[in-house]
Design a protein around this ligand. Structure first.
Ligand code: ATP
Ligand code: MG
Length: 568
């Protein structure tokens, strides 16, 4: 492609509204342009990168017998009402009306559409399993669209859905998908981890996320420094083996702690560690209040609490409700002598506290030498806290470390979450009607472009991995007015294309400095510069990744390029 003819609007200045490197560079190098908040156009270079990402995804999907379809983005509200998601999905779902006042959703995801498609066609176990996928624009009215392509309101997703007659068949496809995803992200060149995840609002049980490691990632991953264990901290299980001191139990005492409210304040005031304190929080769990205990050095994880109590919503209780229940402020609550009908749930770590400190349910006082079981009852112990760096890993084989990640893929076992309410059923071998077992598998195609840009860049610009680069080679003629240079550049352009290399030919009448700066910004794997030595048939070659340069005689160029690009 001749650069003089195409549309690559590069910018020297860093756009003021782009906070992160990938967003800045994709704008500056002319890959994308913002249309409005969270909505982007992909320019010729950006479109080529998308096509390359999609090509890899398609190959790996077809390899596990997932077949491509293309479903509507305009989805009638009735389908979303069948699963109640029309009501539960909230403001993230774009809703529109047609000229007759009928309601539609703009596809945020396609479980409803695909289940309705199959339920009318696939009615026997003989046609199962069946796996279909599509690559399509999704619409989500995100609360905080940001970081360019990382969180858009209109974005491109690969979504696959599998349908099964048996658990074994679903398990098998899930494992195949997990492997296919690993292949995809490896081929994309991403530094990534697959982590155990939380099911979230889509529902379902077994689920893994694929995280591209990056400082600017919105998710935190807990991983083991020695084993392969990795999980999203949203739900990372905590190893419940706590050491318990064998110090003798002392007599409980009530002590004055005027104006000491937080754990830190109380611990400092009483000269103890946060580990020795018991934190008591009152949560509103669906309709009732529940007392939730954890150690002073830990934080309660809402998702775990919700799962442990099998609840729909959990949130901190209103201060007014707490005052009415216990006649004290939030900072003075403790587990001793709570109202009998108040349910008490504690994190496993609380059981290991010996002679601890807690609130006295009276403003300005705390209790010391408090011991679980002897001084207060717990209805249920569970894993309720956030994992922390330095914890023992759940598999017991290492120490927990944290890293930040960008979620680029997510796979779920959905079970019958959608097929049941939508009556997506088939007849099994015995003629019995059963709902399909389903899996769903998403990849953020446009988000990947940003994640790769985030991982592959330097101060001068982008550095595309070979598999994703919009072109293989940037052919730059330093001075197009120089006959010799132009002649050799034209000749090489033709030659390289005939060898099936993808070439971006900078044939513009720009200054050399501008051309080189643009070339570094765009970041193709190899730049071939035709300059002063054109008359000798020698070109300069620069490798974007390593920054190394060398000279090649023109006769050796194709062979050397084949070696470079073939060496994957
Ligand atoms: P997130 O937690 O980031 O909001 P999600 O859990 O809502 O993601 P899924 O519904 O599982 O995401 O969608 C599948 C994939 O689509 C995600 O793994 C992610 O890569 C991508 N994706 C989701 N939301 C967006 C968005 N707003 N912009 C770009 N990509 C997105
Ligand atoms: Mg989301």
């Amino acid at each position: 492609m001749k650069q003089s003819l195409t549309f690559i609007p590069t910018m020297r200045e860093v756009p003021s509204d782009a906070e992160i490197r990938s967003h800045q560079l994709l704008l500056r190098a002319g890959f994308i342009r913002q249309n409005t908040s969270g909505v982007y156009s992909y320019l010729p270079l950006g479109k080529k990168v998308l096509d390359n990402i999609e090509g890899i995804i398609k190959e790996e999907m077809e390899a596990i017998d997932a077949f491509e379809v293309f479903m509507p983005a305009l989805q009638q509200a009735e389908l979303w009402k069948e699963t109640e998601r029309w009501f539960s999905y909230g403001p993230e779902l774009f809703r529109v009306k047609d000229r007759h006042g009928r309601e539609f959703a703009l596809g945020a995801t396609h479980e409803e559409v695909i289940t309705s498609l199959l339920r009318d066609e696939v009615k026997s176990y003989k046609k199962l399993p069946m796996t279909l996928y599509q690559i399509q624009t999704k619409f989500r009215d995100e609360q905080r669209p940001r970081f360019g392509l990382l969180r858009g309101r209109e974005f491109i997703m690969k979504d696959a859905y599998s349908f099964h007659a048996t658990e074994e068949s679903l398990d098998e496809k899930y494992m195949e998908m997990k492997q296919a995803y690993t292949n995809i992200f490896t081929r994309l060149g991403l530094d990534f981890r697959s982590v155990i995840a939380d099911g979230g609002t889509i529902g379902g049980t077994d689920t893994h996320e694929f995280m591209a490691l990056s400082e600017i990632g919105e998710d935190t991953i807990a991983y083991s420094d020695t084993s392969s264990y990795a999980a999203n901290i949203e739900m990372a299980e905590v190893n419940a083996n706590y050491e318990k001191s064998d110090e003798p139990l002392k007599e409980m005492e009530k002590v004055a702690t005027p104006d000491q409210k937080t754990i830190e304040e109380v611990a400092t005031f009483l000269n103890v560690e946060a580990v020795d304190c018991i934190k008591t929080l009152i949560f509103q769990v669906d309709e009732k209040l529940v007392a939730v205990l954890c150690r002073g050095d830990h934080e309660i994880n809402d998702i775990k609490l919700k799962n442990a109590l099998d609840a729909t919503t959990v949130e901190f209780a209103y201060e007014g409700d707490v005052l009415q229940l216990l006649s004290c402020e939030v900072g003075s609550i403790g587990p001793v002598q709570l109202p009998l009908d108040l349910q008490v749930i504690a994190d496993h770590s609380v059981a290991s506290v010996v002679n601890g400190v807690c609130g006295a349910n009276e403003d300005g006082y705390h209790l010391t030498n408090v011991n679980p079981e002897r001084d207060f009852a717990v209805d249920q112990y569970a894993d309720l806290r956030f994992i922390q760096e330095g914890d023992l890993t759940p598999d017991g084989e290492g120490t927990v470390k944290f890293a930040r990640g960008i979620e680029v893929g997510h796979i779920f076992k959905l079970g019958t979450t959608y097929s049941e309410p939508m009556q997506g059923t088939f007849l099994d071998e015995n003629g019995r009607s059963k709902p399909y077992l389903m899996g769903c598998y998403g990849i953020g195609v446009s988000r990947i472009m940003a994640a790769v840009a985030e991982q592959f860049n330097d101060e001068s610009g982008l550095k595309w991995p070979k598999n994703l680069a919009p072109f293989n080679i940037h052919l730059v003629a330093v001075n197009m007015k120089d006959e010799k240079q132009k002649e050799l550049a034209d000749e090489l352009y033709k030659l390289l294309k005939s060898y099936r290399f993808e070439v971006l030919y900078d044939d513009r009448a720009e200054r050399a400095g501008v051309k080189f700066a643009d070339s570094d910004l765009i970041g193709l794997p190899i730049r071939i510069t035709i300059g002063k030595k054109a008359s000798e048939g020698i070109v300069e070659v620069k490798f974007r990744e390593s920054g190394e340069s060398t000279e090649w005689p023109k006769e050796e160029i194709t062979e050397k390029l084949q070696a470079f690009f073939g060496a994957e």
